[in-house]
Design a protein around this ligand. Structure first.
Ligand code: LIP
Length: 271
């Protein structure tokens, strides 16, 4: 890759600033956690989602006005600045919005920079939990400045695996949940894909699978996981162009987990 270490470090600093500025704004406005833009029977889009995306976007475009932006809230507001750049910043302003709206602290602001389709720097900021995860193609995976690494669990029977379940996904996610649960020690659902994958990077969980998440959920966390020694793969794509089936692990149980999803044979793409 023809990008210098110094240049990538600047990108990472920008990702951190964008995630922290947006995340801190959400924390300063917790009293607005129920002000919604749209309510669905399985989800909610908050006015704070939109505001936090605007804040992160402003930070990025101030530093890199020629870069492209892809944000989760683009259906609600058009943040596309019209640029067609090899550099695309991928923002999930509040990952775990349902948690956030219910007063749970497991949510985060995720900002990644993708270059020619691959994540090269990423920051995941869990503002209420006081945790900042970072990595770049040159920098190690860190949580609050300390290096993190994946677990050494190599058997499914000893593994904890995060997953999710969306009744409207169109996929039998509860079937997947049952499949996973039967093979491992315990399944977990936490409601924030980005933080699930960061927990995986930090070694306190061993696997993760969701069939209907979006690229912005794991664009930063997937890179952090790789830099922590783990493995994350897109094993299928959805109806929405940015929807992905994502399987991640400490690397040691990736093949064993992969065998649970024969219907997704053929796709094995990196973030
Ligand atoms: C959420 C994920 C969560 C998943 C939900 C949703 P959002 O992201 O992080 O783990 O189960 O379907 O995608 O919508 O809060 O950014």
């Amino acid at each position: 890759m023809n990008l210098s270490e110094k240049e990538v470090q600047k990108f990472l600093e920008c990702a951190v600033l964008a995630a922290q500025t947006a995340g801190d704004y959400a924390v300063a406005n917790l009293d607005k956690r129920n002000d919604y833009h749209k309510m669905y029977d399985n989800d909610v889009k908050l006015l704070l989602d939109i505001k936090c995306q605007e804040i992160a976007t402003d930070v990025i475009l101030k530093a890199y006005p020629e870069h492209s932006i892809l944000g989760e809230e683009d259906d609600a507001i058009t943040q596309d600045n019209g640029n067609d750049s090899d550099f695309e910043w991928i923002i999930d302003p509040i990952d775990g919005t349902v948690n956030f709206s219910h007063g749970r602290d497991r949510w985060c602001c995720s900002v990644a920079l993708s270059y020619k389709g691959r994540s090269i720097a990423g920051a995941v900021y869990a503002a209420e939990q006081g945790k900042l995860y970072t990595a770049s193609i040159y920098a190690p995976a860190l949580c609050n400045g300390k290096e993190i690494s994946v677990s050494k669990v190599d058997s499914m029977q000893e593994a904890i695996v995060f997953t999710g379940a969306d009744k409207n996904s169109g996929y039998e996610e509860l079937t997947f949940f049952t499949r996973i649960a039967k093979k491992i020690q315990r399944p977990r659902i936490s409601g924030s894909a980005a933080l699930d994958v960061c927990d995986l990077a930090a070694g306190c969980v061993d696997g993760y699978f969701e069939a209907t998440i979006y690229i912005w959920d794991v664009a930063a966390a997937g890179l952090i996981l790789e830099r922590a020694g783990g493995m994350g793969r897109i094993i299928g794509r959805g109806t929405h162009p940015k929807q992905i089936r994502y399987l991640a692990s400490n690397g040691l149980i990736q093949d064993q987990l992969r065998k649970l999803f024969p219907e997704f044979e053929g796709v094995n793409d990196e973030i």
